[in-house]
Design a protein around this ligand. Structure first.
Ligand SMILES: Nc1ncnc2c1ncn2[C@@H]1O[C@H](COP(=O)(O)OP(=O)(O)OP(=O)(O)O)[C@@H](O)[C@H]1O
Length: 358
């Protein structure tokens, strides 16, 4: 196992920016995810770690070893591609054994290692099957086994679940996490699916436009996003603009409409934001923190008109028009009658749920 350091790494494709100044240290044994929308630079960063691209600037180290200019086969990484890149005319056994054959591992050892890894990914008994006789989920496991059999220091996974249906995707993400924990292998995972990133990772790097926006635990990026991009990309949120009306100790009052002032806590603020009276600020309010008012909530009760009411079984979701804003709320369904579109509703926004995002 090995740590991975990207030391101010950039990649330029001619005039086009791939990624810009990525500076991170991934701990040995960590499950680390690159997350962001299409084109943000996730795959480019992963490919530089694998050695398929060389950085235009910066250095890449595995532990203390500088691998920046080493070709892929000298880096000891195992990679799983989005489309698996399996050999369709070969059997499962031959596919998994391929990397060992190239490395001229003796036959007896090869058989033993392939069988061990087939057991690990629960493919025992499938050795003689051809790839086109397997389901998508089984093919995914062959790709994983093929990456693991060479006993890499670092496992690189590029959107490995995107070809699977929703149910299988969920099952397989637990499977990958189980394997990673069992083997303790440093794993770098690329996805644009935030549920995948949040549920599997020790830490997540959120990217946009080739640049790192934030690195943190799933809890940190959800509860303490550094800017409004991260706040809205990770989960759902209400982003309301307002003007800081006053600061009193730890309490901050923000005018969000001519006749509406909300109060939040000054410590719930992104490190990129300075709260200054008279300045504009963006409030991030998670829908699950907004609840129908009990009538005894005190501050931060807003009234509005329901524009969308949705009952999903487990949850009741509303979109409510509050002055110039729309407010999404989400609560556990408790058998209460549902408000209908056009009805008036009072909602409570707890002070602690207001986050100053930028
Ligand atoms: N070989 C290339 N030549 C030119 N530009 C490239 C090349 N590879 C990537 N890019 C550009 O670099 C940027 C980052 O691309 P990258 O594939 O890393 O994004 P991504 O986040 O992995 O996207 P996706 O989720 O769609 O795979 C994009 O603007 C892309 O167009």
């Amino acid at each position: 196992m090995s740590s991975v350091t990207l030391d101010h790494v950039s990649k330029q494709f001619g005039d086009a920016k791939g990624v810009e100044d990525v500076h991170i240290h991934i701990e040995s044994g960590e499950f680390f995810t690159f997350l962001g929308p299409s084109g943000c630079g996730k795959t480019t960063t992963l490919r530089m770690i694998a050695g398929f691209y060389y950085p235009t600037r910066g250095r890449i180290c595995f532990g203390s070893r500088d691998v920046t200019s080493l070709p892929p086969h000298k880096r000891n990484t195992g990679m799983v591609f989005q489309n698996y890149a399996l050999f369709p005319h070969m059997t499962v056994f031959e596919n998994i054994a391929f990397g060992l054959k190239v490395r001229k591992i003796p036959k007896v050892e090869m058989k033993e290692r392939v069988e061990r890894v087939m057991k690990l990914v629960r493919l025992e008994g499938y050795g003689e099957r051809r790839i086109d006789q397997l389901s998508g989920g089984q093919q995914q496991r062959v790709a994983l086994a093929r990456a693991l059999v060479i006993e890499p220091q670092i496992l690189l996974l590029d959107e490995p679940l995107s070809n699977l249906d929703a149910k299988l995707r969920e099952e397989t993400r637990y499977e990958i996490k189980r394997l990673q924990m069992e083997l303790g292998i440093t794993t770098i995972y690329v996805t644009h699916d935030q549920a995948e990133a949040m549920s599997m990772s020790d830490r997540v790097m959120v990217m946009q436009g080739g640049e790192v926006q934030q690195v943190g635990t799933p809890h940190e990026i959800y509860h303490r996003p550094v800017n409004r991009f991260v706040a809205s990309f990770i989960g759902e949120t209400n982003l309301w603009e307002g003007i800081v009306a006053g600061i009193d100790g730890n309490e901050v009052r923000v005018r969000v409409a001519p006749d509406l002032v909300l109060t939040g806590y000054a410590h719930n603020v992104s490190p990129q934001v300075r709260l200054v009276p008279g300045e504009t600020v963006v409030l991030s309010i998670r829908p699950e923190t907004v609840q129908e008012s009990t009538g005894a909530d005190g501050e931060n009760v807003v009234s509005g008109t329901v524009v969308l009411a949705e009952f999903t079984g487990a949850c009741v979701n509303y979109v409510t028009s509050v002055g110039p804003h729309q407010l999404r709320s989400m609560s556990i369904s408790q058998g209460r009658p549902l408000k209908q579109r056009g009805e008036t509703i009072s909602l409570h926004i707890p002070k602690a749920s207001i986050y100053f995002a930028g």
